[in-house]
Ligand binder design. Structure first.
Ligand code: FES
Length: 185
């Protein structure tokens, strides 16, 4: 068994470093914080995480550390929020993230079938991203539209309802055809 010698290792080099954000981004954080009483800065954590994701496409531990310092809350509390809501990407995703609802009411109305169809159509496993970086496919939690199943969200914003195979084909074709002014997260 090999032994790791820590004597020559700078302990500070092993500590996670907080991200740095440009002043205009910090100003956006401050605007969110200003919506709450001075002693409740942490109430802005979801909005601040969303801003980070809009800018970078995902949120990592360095970003969480920055926000923990900025909002004066424990890093773990920020992490609890980012991992509780599946709208936050904890790793880079494709240009279009598709979440297919697979909760029980949708399962009873072809939700899982729709997810598997897209997996096969895009040639990507559930949770993965296509090789061209265009699509990330994920299961999703209830989107409050159970009667419209199968339902899916594109980039956490665009709800697609009653998604038959024909409508899924059309959706994928439309997204592939979008230029840079297309659906953004
Ligand atoms: S269970 Fe799918 S939208 Fe509610």
């Amino acid at each position: 068994m090999s032994t790791i010698h820590m004597n020559n290792v700078d302990a500070h080099a092993l500590e996670p470093k907080a991200s740095e954000f440009a002043p205009d981004v910090v100003a956006r954080f401050a605007k969110e914080v200003a919506k709450y009483p001075g002693d409740q800065k942490q109430s802005a954590v979801m909005a601040c995480l969303s801003i980070v994701q809009q800018i970078k496409g995902y949120v990592n531990s360095s970003d969480e550390l920055f926000l923990a310092n900025y909002l004066e809350m424990p890093p773990m509390a920020v992490h609890e929020v980012s991992t509780f809501y599946n709208m936050y990407n904890l790793a880079p995703v494709g240009r279009f993230k598709i979440n297919v609802c697979t909760n029980l009411p949708c399962q009873l109305r072809q939700g899982q079938t729709a997810l598997e169809y897209l997996s096969q159509k895009l040639g990507v496993s559930v949770g993965g991203t296509t090789k061209d970086g265009m699509f990330t496919l994920q299961p999703g939690e209830c989107m409050g539209a159970c009667a419209d199943a199968p339902v899916m969200l594109v980039n956490d914003r665009t709800m697609c309802s009653f998604m038959s195979t024909e409508k899924m084909d059309q959706m994928i074709d439309s997204l592939r055809a979008l230029k840079d002014d297309g659906v953004q997260s």
